[in-house]
Design a protein. Sequence first.
Length: 253
Amino acid sequence: MKAARPVFVDRGEDADALNESNADPSSADSQSSETRTREQQRHDVLGAILDAAGRVADAPHLAGAPPAILVTVTKEALDQGSGVGVIDGMDTPVSVETVAQLADTGGSQPVTLDATGALLSMGSVQRCFTPSQRRAITVRDGGCLIPGCPIPAGWCEVHHVIPYRAGGATHVHNGVLLCWWHHHIIDSGPWRLRMHRGVPQVRGPGVRDWTVATKRRIDPPPINAPCRGPDPGRRGLHSPPGSVPSPQDHRGP
């Protein structure tokens, strides 16, 4: 399995490490070569399996809800983009960038506490793309949008092009498919994404021009394309064996 720049480094080191290794934008190897160790590949495969399983509608529930990772972070840290968050059950804090990436995938729920820790208010879950939105984005994007990444749509996450905390809407025109790795490093890595008239575009390291990023398997026919008649070598659904339809029998609109 190949993916663009799939190496495990601290998020604070992502940008430097990726920019150095992708200094030559004309080199295909610099954008799509596999650099993970076997252990890192196994880690990524396991993570992708768990992520896909967690999106199955009839997956086992815990206390009436699907299994979830509970991450706590202050509103100030999330708004300022600095600080740490805490994952329930883990002693080691995680960066606010990691918290934002997890929330981009799984949603967030505002909870207000007073200075003594008493619960004051609790809001509804926000920023989750609905299953119907995900299906529409899947049809448009076809897989991870980063050039050279072969991860199919079923293994991808939906990313807010304009971050939710920056006012970005949870809408198909602001959501794109990214694999777990590229979703993890998109804010600190060398790739840039934007939406142009509803179509996602990507710009690689050292490249000035934006390019259409979708990987649709079926492209729409060109406007005013001539109607193509039946292939004389193919038998129609209701034609008896041995018969060959004539092009003169075709009636265009």
